[in-house]
Design a protein around this ligand. Structure first.
Ligand code: DC
Length: 505
């Protein structure tokens, strides 16, 4: 695993052995890099489902909860209090945590010692939520989990796999069941292991853990907006597996890469603009990753917003593909040079801080004509490059138009110059489009604004994922690391015009 200068020494990698997978011929293969996330509350049947699904699809099975359980056990063994974050971190850094996936339960090893049975005791269950609530602990666990998913296809189960660990998972499932059904399952599990426990006690324990897991500040248990929810309270195991596999395959089909190529005429203005933008791209040595994801008509292009150069750099990354009609704050249409550029490219002015119906009508029209729409979902620049909260406008446009939306991560656009400038390398990376019809959140009878908030959270997680992937290619610069620390410490919250002029930071 790569050493990340922002997080101290690299954690020891968790080892995995591939399960003795048997791919049933009738099911057909899935791409080997497929990542399936299965989230849900305690006792919702995640482990049984995830393991069986991994076998059916020929993917690796990973039980992320076992990692938190292992640390909880180690803390108890070493006399470290679950509230002692530094103590937990040093335990985690000192020992090697290995999971092995066998046909039965996940086998867990801590520093070579087999603790598979020890991590399933009620004592560990009672403390694991407290241990897993620490943001710093989660950050290290998540780094290990991501490293596994980047090496090969996985089915990973947990609480935050679809929301935080793999926001771009190929297919997401959220398993649920009534509290009573889940407590009954836990009771049977404990009894199978020879533990004598009281039914009422197990019910209270499951209820308490639900509360702790979903109310904690760091990555609480939430339903990802693009997850299929399966309530298995009354399903037999076979029926549930069938339902889950069918849902996964449907979601995989939604995620197929775009086919065909773009036709259509570029207007003269766009041909001129793209010629200019293209030469800016060549001059700056702009790196572009995953551009094929934007080979779409009528899609929303949704980058994080760093600087006024962003539309130009994005134009350089996409030169020649399609009209990019930008939505921009109306102030930019008043004075040159921005007014000239935005008017030249038929950009759409928008009034900020109100729901500007006319602008949204025009955006919908542009999309229905098959042109692409550039929209900055954060609604403001964040010059230090740390993605910020996504506003509701994005989800509202997606719901209104049904258009697919391509998340894009811009890096280093504050100072676009050859080699990326001293602050950050210059890169544009594209993620696969998020398609509204593949967002089961629509079926959850939420208000449009609540759906927009869910969509916004998904995009925030995707920006962070794209940011990390970018840092894997080109490590964070000192400037970026310092900005990151300051953002996290709450020193830098909003757009700062002075920040990049100060030297040293
Ligand atoms: O799935 P499980 O019961 O083995 O998980 C044990 C605990 O670990 C659970 O109470 C919450 C925590 N956990 C988590 O916070 N994030 C995950 N991805 C997986 C588990």
């Amino acid at each position: 695993m790569r050493s990340d200068p922002g997080r101290g020494p690299a954690p020891p990698a968790a080892g995995y052995e591939a399960p003795g997978s048997c791919v049933l011929e009738s099911y057909g293969p899935v791409p080997p890099d497929t990542v399936v996330s299965i989230d849900g509350p305690a006792g919702s049947g995640k482990s049984t489902t995830a393991r069986a699904l991994a076998e059916r699809l020929g993917l690796l099975y990973v039980d992320s909860g076992a990692m938190y359980r292992a640390l909880t056990w180690a803390a108890a063994d070493a006399g470290v209090d679950p509230a002692d974050e530094p103590g937990l971190l040093s335990l985690l850094d000192a020992a090697e945590l290995t999971l092995k996936s066998s046909r039965g339960e996940t086998e867990v090893f801590w520093g070579g010692r087999d603790i598979s049975a020890a991590v399933r005791t009620p004592e560990v269950e009672a403390r694991v939520s407290a241990v897993s609530a620490h943001a710093a602990v989660r950050e290290r666990m998540v780094a290990r989990q991501r490293a596994l998913g980047r090496r090969q296809g996985v089915v990973m189960e947990g609480r935050d796999i679809g929301t935080v660990v793999f926001p771009l998972a190929s297919a997401k499932i959220y398993l649920d069941a009534t509290l009573e059904a889940r407590a009954e399952r836990r009771l049977r599990q404990h009894r199978r292991r020879g533990l004598s426990v009281d039914r009422g006690e197990v019910l209270r324990e499951v209820e308490a853990r639900d509360r702790r897991d979903s109310e904690r500040a760091a990555s609480p248990l939430r339903i990802p907006p693009d997850a299929m929810v399966i309530d298995n309270s009354t399903l037999t195991l076979d029926d549930q597996l069938e339902a889950t596999e069918a849902a996964v395959r449907r979601l995989l089909a939604y995620r197929l890469p775009p086919t065909g190529h773009l036709e259509g005429e570029l207007s003269l203005r766009y041909r001129i603009a793209f010629a200019v933008f293209g030469s800016v791209g060549r001059f700056t040595g702009l790196r572009v990753v995953g551009r094929e994801h934007a080979n779409l008509h009528g899609c929303i292009l949704a980058p994080n917003h760093v600087s006024s150069w962003d539309p130009l750099i994005l134009g350089a990354a996409l030169a020649g593909k399609n009209h990019i009609r930008s939505i921009a704050k109306e102030e930019l249409f008043r004075l040159p040079p921005s007014a000239l550029l935005y008017r030249f490219l038929y950009a759409i002015p928008i009034k900020r801080n109100i729901y500007d119906t006319a602008a949204f009508d025009q955006a919908a029209q542009v999309l229905s004509e098959g042109q692409n729409l550039l929209f900055f979902p954060e609604g403001m620049r964040r010059v230090y490059g740390e993605p910020g909260p996504v506003r509701n406008g994005l989800g509202l446009i997606m719901q209104r138009t049904g258009a697919p939306c391509v998340p894009i991560y811009l890096r280093g656009t504050l100072s676009p110059q050859p080699g990326g400038g001293p602050r950050a390398p210059l890169e544009v990376s594209f993620a696969p489009a998020i398609r509204l019809h593949a967002l089961p959140v629509l079926g959850r009878r939420l208000e449009p604004r609540a759906i927009s908030r869910e969509i916004g959270r998904l995009f925030e997680a995707i920006y962070r994922e794209l940011q990390e992937r970018s840092a894997d290619r080109h490590p964070f610069t000192d400037w970026e690391l310092e900005a990151r620390e300051r953002v996290r410490a709450g020193i830098l919250r909003k757009e700062s015009r002075t920040f990049h002029n100060r030297r040293p930071l």
